[in-house]
Design a binder for this molecule. Sequence first.
Ligand code: MG
Length: 284
Amino acid sequence: MLIMTTSGKNKILTGNLLRALVVTTIVMLAGCVQQPERINSHEMLNATLWQQTSAEYAGITNQVYRFARNSLDQALTDTTWTAALEQTGDYARLPPAVMLDIDETVLDNGPYEARIIKQFGQYSPATFAEWCRDERAPAVPGAKTFLDYAVKQDVAVFYYSARREKLRDCTIRNMRELGLPLPEDSRLLLSNGTSKSGYREMIARDYRILLLVGDNLEDFVDGSKSDPASRRELALQQAERWGRQWIILPNANYGHWEASIYNFDYQLPREQQLQLKLQHLQEE
Ligand SMILES: [Mg+2]
């Protein structure tokens, strides 16, 4: 028969308590170790913060749109000037137009990207549509001043975007709320199976396209959906056009540049996409 004194019981109780404390502490520490790793490792964190908070981003976009205005003045006086490789034939007497992409060119989707980061998530057409329907995208700094200037010079402004047709109404409301010029709904060309190059060809039949403004290679030239080296080569082949007929905005968050790293395989698990990104880093 086991006879236990009061002091023996106390020792057992103290031992149990200590074990419970040790286990609780280990569980808490494990939680503490995992949490910061997850929060700090979203691949878009720096790019989005830069777009949303840096003075430098606002400086660059204003600078870009100022260059655009200077180019527009030059283009208006030079009837041989066209920005579209798709423009052929006798276009000298056609009325002038500019073509601008929308996302990260005219509208800033930083708040949507912030949502993705906070939820440790990824882009999806459904959540992007939800964000568009909020109609709360701010304008890219400098865009409105440039667009107002273009309209004042009697230049037709066309917007063309990969946004789907079902997002037309909310996109129009968002743009008009910001005071961006959009005199007719037909000046907004959305994704309906026509490529960006196809849209340039279409507008080039009736207008002389003075400038193309965008943040993705496909906003300027066909062939954007290829491997990183070919994309870079294509940009360099057209070196003379950048900052003149072709006006590009920075976008380090997303774009064909990013998808080309994983061969446009959007279904590839994120871990594998990240592995491919690491493999593309150049240390020499
Ligand atoms: Mg864009």
